[in-house]
Design a protein around this ligand. Structure first.
Ligand code: SAH
Length: 547
């Protein structure tokens, strides 16, 4: 039997050396990692070992011997235990640094692009009470209908009234609705037996409008005493402008079912974002942190530097927020999105804001993109904002085939983003910089905006590469280019762009495949490779036996 340096139920004292990407403290005992909730780097703690696995184990803090200067005292343990706010015990400025490091880490290890700058995380002035949406399970606890959140890695409901990261008006609404539901003896759902009625309660609130939507996710359609319940809710909460019932009969972890019924109001709430107005339906995605979403999108636009003649694609468009925010600054916006209701919202939102230069299509991003390539749509800028799993290879290929000047990648998962950057780089689009934005304070999640442009010149020079010309030698050329870059970085500590490499290639009379045609646009400043970099690149050519 394999032995480990620790045993289950053992008590010992350890130093915390790091944080997992989920915010658990890491200690190592003879190289064996232990993950410890509510422990911070720099702390020395007495722990109790809970679980010993093959490669790592889990332990809990018994006693703090030395505390971190970055510890926030009196953080509510329930918030850590449920995973609602797993970083609540870490000071906010350190959370922002932690997130920047997370992103820098995947850029180094996954993308293998240590040279791409990862900027300091854009944070919030007040990092609490930011969520405009609550999505909480309803269960029976001690014979009473309860609202709260699951204990981490389980489906046991921990009753919670103050969620800390949610808009306090939403917290208050949940309590009011919970009490009304109790008075009407509404049956909470039982996951084990797939019995009972009410599974989840979802509340959305417009950040600027205060309008509220209530969604009841129920197991069956028949909603006893629904009229009386609605009357009481709308009386107690005058900001509730719409109530929706979503029916999910399946024994599943998936929260929403397919069938939906508007019980009251128009079925959507209205909110504002960067000065534009949006209708948001129950099934549509909408960023949960409005203030930070504005900063996220603003960063994306700053990176894109749009001009009035630009054609823009807003891929994974949701209700249209990214494209519609700039529709008045560009020639045309194309958006695609897989959720039909969200596309309907986007079409309505374009009208609502008076735009006639937008096209929204329902469908999977990869299929629609392939179709648009066939139709010959030629965007100048492509914004992508995929779900956590990131982009597919075929989507990336289609994007590059369209030959845009820039691609702006908005991501909620740095790891898949970093993976996708590798593929983009192989096709000639290199990452210039990454801006992390904190949309989820107190949690370990982070959003990023990455600017990709053709060739990685430091001055973002606009160079046109014709993909046809690129074809045959594309793969091998790129690999040579990245080998040269790596060689120069490792041996000379210098960053060199593909543009510089091609300039030196030309200098040496080497074939550059005529790929680097200067853009026809006027205001391009093309930097020339400085002499010390010429020398370094030539050395690499010799090393790779190109000359
Ligand atoms: N850009 C929007 C939405 C981003 S969230 C905003 O900022 O609000 C990602 C969106 O991608 C969701 O709306 C989701 O429904 C959609 N989506 C998920 N998989 C998709 C796919 N394969 N093709 C197109 N859209 C998809």
């Amino acid at each position: 039997m394999k032995t480990y340096p620790v045993t289950k139920n053992q008590d010992l004292t350890v130093d915390i050396i790091d944080l997992t990407h989920e915010g658990m403290g890491i200690a190592k005992v003879e190289g064996y990692p232990l993950f410890i909730e509510n422990a911070l780097p720099g702390e020395t703690v007495e722990i109790h070992v809970l679980k010993v696995g093959n490669k790592f184990g889990f332990a809990k803090v018994k006693n703090f011997i030395k505390k971190s200067a970055h510890r926030v005292e009196n953080a509510d343990e329930k918030l850590i235990r449920t995973g609602i706010a797993p970083l609540a015990h870490l000071s906010y400025d350190q959370q922002l640094i932690f997130k920047q490091e997370q992103v820098a880490n995947v850029m180094k290890k996954v993308a293998k692009m240590p040279e791409v700058p990862v900027l300091p995380t854009i944070g919030m002035t007040d990092p609490t009470g930011y969520r405009n949406k609550a999505q909480i399970p309803v269960r029976r606890v001690e014979n009473q209908l309860q609202t709260g959140f699951y204990r981490k890695n389980s489906h046991d409901l921990v009753p919670i009234e103050h969620f800390y990261i949610q808009d306090p008006a939403i917290d208050a609404a949940i309590i009011q609705i919970r009490d009304i539901l109790r008075r009407f003896h509404v049956k909470p759902y039982n996951e084990e037996t797939n019995e009972g009625f009410l599974r989840h309660l979802i509340i959305r609130k417009g950040h600027y409008t205060d309008e509220m939507m209530v969604v009841f996710v129920t197991r069956k359609e028949k909603f006893f005493q629904v009229d009386q319940i609605l009357a009481q809710i709308t009386q107690a909460l005058p900001n509730v402008v719409t109530v929706v019932q979503n029916i999910n009969e399946d024994k599943t972890n998936v929260i929403l079912g397919k069938q939906e019924k508007v019980l009251f109001g128009p079925g959507y709430i209205t909110d504002q974002l960067l000065g534009k107005t949006y209708h948001i339906s129950a099934k549509s995605f909408y960023q949960v942190n409005t203030l930070q979403a504005e900063k996220l999108y603003q960063t994306a636009y700053d990176f894109a530097q749009l001009s009035p003649e630009d054609i823009v694609i807003d891929a994974y468009s949701g209700i249209g927020t990214i494209g519609l925010s700039v529709a008045d600054k560009v020639k045309h916006v194309y958006g695609m999105e897989v959720v039909e209701e969200a596309v309907q919202d986007a079409i309505a939102n374009a009208k609502l804001n008076g735009f006639t230069n937008t096209t929204y299509v329902t469908g999977s991003a990869e299929k629609v993109m392939a179709q648009w390539v066939k139709e010959g749509i030629q965007p100048d800028v492509i914004f992508v904002d995929p779900p956590r799993k990131g982009l597919t290879p075929s989507f990336i290929e289609a994007s590059c085939q369209m030959n845009p000047e820039k691609i702006v990648y908005v991501s909620c998962n740095p790891a898949t983003m970093a993976r996708d950057l590798v593929h983009f780089a192989q096709l000639g689009y290199t990452a210039q910089q990454v801006q992390p934005v904190d949309l989820f304070p107190m949690t370990s999640h982070v959003e990023t905006v990455t600017l990709l442009s053709k060739l990685d010149s430091a001055e973002y020079v606009k160079i046109d590469i014709s993909m046809n010309e690129f074809d045959v030698t594309k793969a091998e050329m790129k690999s040579t280019y990245s080998n040269i870059k790596q060689y120069v970085l490792e041996n000379f500590g210098l960053k060199v762009s593909s543009l510089y490499i091609s300039q030196v290639k030309k200098m040496c009379g080497l074939e550059v495949g005529e790929n680097y045609n200067l853009s026809k646009k006027e205001n391009n400043r093309v930097p020339t490779c400085p002499p010390h970099k010429v020398e370094a690149i030539m050395d690499a050519f010799k090393y790779f036996k190109l000359i």
